[in-house]
Design a protein around this ligand. Structure first.
Ligand SMILES: [Zn+2]
Length: 257
């Protein structure tokens, strides 16, 4: 058995234990099916409309570790779903293949997942604390603040005398010239577009308007130029150094210098 099949089986065992209410399952699968329209991150307020129960169902999916919620849009109020690896597996178990998210790495980060788990654990603890007194007696004693880590008394760093390593024969390199500070030049985006995936040298901007002819723009942050791209993946390529010379005239001119 290869390591990869093992992983798959473990994941299957994990997702098999997940029991969602029928409506939440439907909501989840709608999101999974919609993901492709949004480079993997469907709006929780967009194509998939679950009306008033959306927020509760979203929480159910988060609680089960299937998605994490991130915020975007001009105001940061627009929520979209980022699938977890578990969510990808769960979708597949229900006939919706979004494995491409794993391949592209567009899944929730371990950090984001850990944050959700910590939040859920804290809620569980709070709930337990409210449990009937009978059960609580044992716990009644306020827990001593978790063993205060004895402040690591800064052991005086043994000052290793910087023994001047005998200068190697290689001629001393001229000190690197200080890097010129990168100043971002923001591109003018048409109304309704906002930066969804910022990077240093390029940004990927999108819109919530599903009827828009252009779903994504890639920008050149050195020159404030932009170009339409089909999806975020294409935008990542177009935004690379090699990609920008293809469409940013100023990058092309710089490269020719
Ligand atoms: Zn450029």
């Amino acid at each position: 058995m290869t390591a990869s099949t093992k992983t798959t089986e473990t994941a299957k065992t994990t997702t098999a234990a997940i029991k969602l209410p029928e409506k939440s399952l439907g909501f989840f699968l709608d999101l999974a099916n919609d993901a492709g329209n949004w480079s993997g991150n469907p709006w929780l307020t967009g194509n998939v409309s679950a009306g008033r129960s959306a927020s509760g169902m979203t929480q159910t999916l988060v609680r089960n570790g299937l998605i994490v919620v991130e915020h975007g849009g001009d105001t940061g109020n627009d929520a979209y779903a980022v699938f977890t690896p578990k969510g990808v597996e769960f979708a597949k178990a229900h006939g919706v293949d979004i494995d491409y998210l794993l391949a592209s790495g567009n899944v929730a980060s371990p950090k984001a997942i850990a944050a959700v788990e910590a939040h859920e654990a804290a809620k569980a603890t709070a709930k337990a604390a409210k449990a009937p007194a009978a059960k609580a007696t044992a716990k009644a004693e306020p827990k001593a603040p978790a063993a205060k880590a004895t402040p690591a008394k800064a052991t005086p760093a043994k000052a290793t005398p910087a023994k001047a390593t005998p200068a190697k024969a290689t001629p001393a390199k001229a000190p690197a010239a200080p890097r010129p500070e990168f100043v971002k030049v923001a591109a003018d985006l048409p109304e309704g577009y906002f930066v969804r995936w910022p990077h240093k040298s390029y940004d990927l901007a999108t819109t919530k308007d599903k009827t828009a002819a252009v779903k994504w723009f890639v920008t050149c942050n050195a020159h404030g130029t932009k170009s339409a791209v089909d999806n975020a993946k294409a935008g990542d390529q177009a935004g690379s150094k090699a990609g920008r010379v293809e469409w940013c005239k100023k990058c092309k001119a710089d490269a020719a210098k």
